[in-house]
Design a protein around this ligand. Structure first.
Ligand code: 6GU
Length: 234
């Protein structure tokens, strides 16, 4: 196994789809060991409570620290006073923004743990405690609000696992993708050469590889200027 990914959540069923997607292939190839853990297994009262009201008041509920401590120590394989291996990823809209660069970084790790919070978030002491024992990254997938870290984790896990060395059949195709060179990808075409009155740009049929490369580069820059000018600053 190259990479072990643990997910801690109160909704383990969210992750059933990982079996049928690309990630299922990485698991079959033996590159990836993915395990989902139910946070409620560490809550022992009658209602398996994992949340409580916020100190200081305010709307919503906060995830209690104790079930997180028990579960994360178990998953990380480290006692409460020991350092841990790998990276603990905490999806939160108040984190740093996820990027292809961070995906590349995480794909080099041997162990990743995704701690999916729900409600208004997790008691701050959980992050503070684990940050004192190892590497913790608070990560957002963009400037909008989701109900919890599950969908965000799924997006990050898909971005990371396809970069695991040996996962892609043709690793060269990774280099041509949007964001790998800081630009958006150029438009792509296949047969037929004429469809509903629309032609494939003639340069792509010319057989002139230099001209094709130049056209694609131009298109990438133009697309990026139109759709994502922020990527061109600097
Ligand atoms: Cl990581 N979590 C939640 N709840 N909302 C988000 C997010 C994460 N990233 C963007 N919105």
């Amino acid at each position: 196994i190259r990479v072990r990914i643990h997910i801690v959540t109160i909704f383990p069923a969210f992750f059933d789809v990982l079996d049928v997607s690309l990630i299922g292939k990485a698991r079959e190839k033996g590159l990836l060991d993915l395990r989902v853990h139910d946070l409620r297994d560490a809550a022992h009262d009658r209602h398996r409570t994992v949340d409580d009201t916020p100190y200081g008041g305010g709307a919503g509920m906060v995830m209690k620290p104790e079930p997180w401590g028990v579960t994360l120590d178990d998953v990380l394989g480290a006692a409460a006073d020991e350092p841990f291996e790998g990276v603990l990823v905490v999806p939160t809209p108040s984190g740093e923004v996820f990027s292809q660069a961070l995906a590349r970084e995480l794909a080099q790790e041997r162990q990743l743990v995704f701690a999916c919070g729900r409600y208004e978030g997790i008691d701050q002491r959980v992050v503070d405690h684990y940050a004192s024992r190892g590497r913790v990254r608070l990560v957002s997938i963009g400037d909008y609000v989701l109900n919890g870290g599950e969908v965000a984790s799924m997006a990050m896990i898909e971005a990371v696992t396809r970069l695991i060395p040996g996962f892609m059949g043709n690793p060269e195709s990774l280099l041509e993708e949007s964001h790998e060179d800081g630009l958006l990808e150029y438009p792509i075409y296949t047969k037929p050469a004429l469809w509903r009155g629309l032609e494939v740009p003639p340069v792509l049929l010319s057989g002139n590889h230099g001209a094709v490369a130049a056209w694609r580069r131009e298109q990438s820059i133009e697309r990026t200027r139109e759709r994502r000018p922020d990527l061109l600053d600097g």
